[in-house]
Design a binder for this molecule. Structure first.
Ligand code: DOR
Length: 305
């Protein structure tokens, strides 16, 4: 059998499969469908220092090309996650699956506060993922990731507050330049891409199909864009990457690995079919075996151009 273990910037995963934040809750909801400990890692829903209500409903809409959301980072806050999730997430780690906790905030100060709270209350966190690329908030989250300077500023601010690996979730633009700035600022890994800024108008009512005028687009339509972003980032940085965007099959995951990703997250597909992740993992294993390698790491970046 092919060795599937990978190391995502210090996060040792038994295989490359991860879940995308915001599509997987805190993991436990999926135990009814399959044994979650088959995954290399899960990434929990982003949490902030205090609970956030998020944007008004409706904040999800299906379109022919994919899924739109304007959730606005609704979350129960880090204290509630630590309180209600600790037993399950600690147990999941003892079963060998890494737990990545996502950090959100409206400002540098709020990111730092959130990191401090994870340090204090979330011993089960294997790593932190800094989300600076949400398209659904006007300040902080979305804005920080949009330029090399502000992205690096956010990374530098949180770096001294944790010794855990910090993965930065990136927006789907300028990934080479911003990725280099994040690497210089001390990021251990990059995850990309977040959803693509988008809109959907109901032409009968002339209103947005969601309560907010703008949203983020995800699903199969973003996959080729995400593969390109991963490839561009992989040529610009030397830290490992986690590919995210429209993965619904082992072949989709394999494309990310060939483009240069060390790990791959399943996002929107979890919402369409909550049983999909173990199937995707099996298909990825079969593909790796078909390539005649002993270790999946031999296939990372093995795209021939
Ligand atoms: O599409 C997204 N929606 N990306 C994020 O980073 C956050 C989320 C939300 O809560 O709006």
């Amino acid at each position: 059998a092919v060795s599937m273990a990978v190391n995502l910037g210090g996060v040792r995963m038994k295989n490359p499969l991860n879940t995308a934040s915001g599509t997987y809750g805190f993991g436990n909801q999926f135990e009814g469908f399959y044994d979650v400990s088959c995954l290399g890692a899960i990434t929990c829903k982003g949490c902030s220092a205090v609970p956030w209500e998020g944007n008004p409903a409706p904040r999800l809409a299906e379109v022919p090309s994919g899924m739109m959301n304007s959730v606005g980072l609704a979350n129960p806050g880090i204290a509630a996650l630590a309180h209600e999730g600790a037993a399950y997430l600690s147990e999941l780690r003892s079963r060998g699956t890494q737990v990545i906790c996502q950090v959100i905030g409206h400002s540098i100060e709020e990111y730092v506060r959130a990191v401090e709270l994870y340090e204090e209350f979330a011993p089960f966190a294997s790593a932190l993922e800094l989300n600076i690329s949400c398209p659904n908030v006007s300040a902080g989250g979305a804005a920080m990731g949009s330029t090399p300077r502000s992205a690096a500023e956010a990374m530098r601010a949180v770096r001294p507050h944790t010794r855990r690996p910090v993965i930065v979730k990136m927006a789907p633009h300028d990934v080479a330049e911003i990725g280099r700035a994040l690497e210089d600022a001390g990021a251990d890994a990059l995850s990309l891409i977040n959803t693509i800024p988008a809109m959907a108008i109901d032409v009968h009512t002339r209103r947005s199909r969601l309560a907010r005028p703008t949203a983020g687009l995800s699903g199969p339509c973003v996959h080729p864009i995400a593969v390109r972003m991963v490839w561009e980032a992989s040529r610009a940085v030397s830290i490992p990457l986690c590919g995210i965007g429209g993965v619904a099959s082992g072949e989709d995951a394999a494309e990310f690995i060939l483009a240069g990703a060390t790990a791959v997250s399943v996002g929107t597909a979890n919402l369409y079919d909550p049983t999909c992740a173990p199937r995707i993992l099996d298909e990825l294993r079969e593909w790796a075996a078909s390539q005649g390698v002993r270790d999946i790491n031999e296939l990372v970046g093995a795209f021939e151009c």
